[in-house]
Design a protein around this ligand. Structure first.
Ligand SMILES: [Mg+2]
Length: 194
C-alpha cells in the first residue's frame, strides 16, 4: 500500500492569486504557508503541488517562468523551514493559443495526481487535496481523494456566488491553508485511533 500525501493547489492556496502569474515578481507566498507545510513535513507526509499554468499555452509567458516561480517558491519556503516534495504543472489548454492541447493533466483531469502517485508511491484513496477552485475539488473527487476548499484566492467568491454550479462539494471549507492542514491532521489522527 502506498503512502498518504497532501496535494496542494498553488495559486490562491499557497500563494496569492494574481491573475496570470506571468513573472516571478508576482509570487507572493501567504504568511501562513510555511507553518502549514512544516506541520505536514513534521509528520512525514509528502506535500505535492499540482498547478494549472495555461498561460503557457495561451502564449502569455514562457514555460521558464513556471520553473523560475516554482524555484522561488521552494526557496522562500525553505527560508521558513518548509519543504515541498514535488511540483507538477500543466502548461496546456484545450483550445487557447498556438498549440492547443487536449491533455490528461489539466485539472480537473487527474493526470498530475496519477503521475505523482506512481512516482512517489502514493495511495490517493488515503490522500487529501487543498485548493481554492471547484476544479481542484473535482480533481480530488475523480482521483478518490478527500478535499478542502480554502477561502483564499477564488475560494470566498466561489462559496458566496457559485456554489450551486460546482460539480462536487469539498469535504471541508476552511479559512486558509493553515486551518485546512489542521483539519486534515485531525482527520488523520482520528483514523489512526481506529
Ligand atoms: Mg488556485
Amino acid at each position: 500500500m502506498g503512502q498518504r500525501a497532501v496535494f496542494l493547489d498553488r495559486d490562491g492556496t499557497v500563494n496569492r492569486q494574481v491573475g496570470y502569474p506571468n513573472h516571478v515578481s508576482r509570487l507572493h507566498v501567504y504568511p501562513f504557508t510555511a507553518e502549514a507545510i512544516r506541520k505536514l513535513n513534521d509528520r512525514g507526509i509528502p506535500v505535492i503541488v499540482v498547478t494549472n499554468q495555461s498561460g503557457v499555452a495561451r502564449g502569455l509567458y514562457p514555460e521558464s517562468v513556471v520553473h523560475e516561480t516554482n524555484a522561488r517558491l521552494e526557496e522562500e519556503l525553505a527560508g521558513g523551514g518548509a519543504k515541498i516534495d514535488a511540483i507538477y504543472y500543466c502548461p496546456h489548454h484545450p483550445t487557447a493559443g498556438d498549440a492547443p492541447t487536449a491533455c490528461d493533466c489539466r485539472k480537473p483531469e487527474t493526470g498530475m495526481a496519477d503521475r505523482a502517485a506512481r512516482e512517489h508511491d502514493i495511495d490517493l484513496a488515503r490522500s487529501f487535496l487543498v485548493g481554492d477552485s471547484p476544479s481542484d475539488i473535482e480533481l480530488a473527487r475523480r482521483a478518490g481523494m478527500r478535499s478542502v476548499l480554502v477561502l483564499t484566492g477564488y475560494g470566498l467568491g466561489e462559496v458566496t456566488y457559485r456554489r450551486e454550479l460546482w460539480e462536487s462539494e469539498p469535504d471541508c471549507i476552511s479559512e486558509n491553508l493553515n486551518t485546512a492542514v489542521d483539519w486534515i491532521l485531525s482527520r488523520i489522527d482520528k483514523e489512526n485511533d481506529q
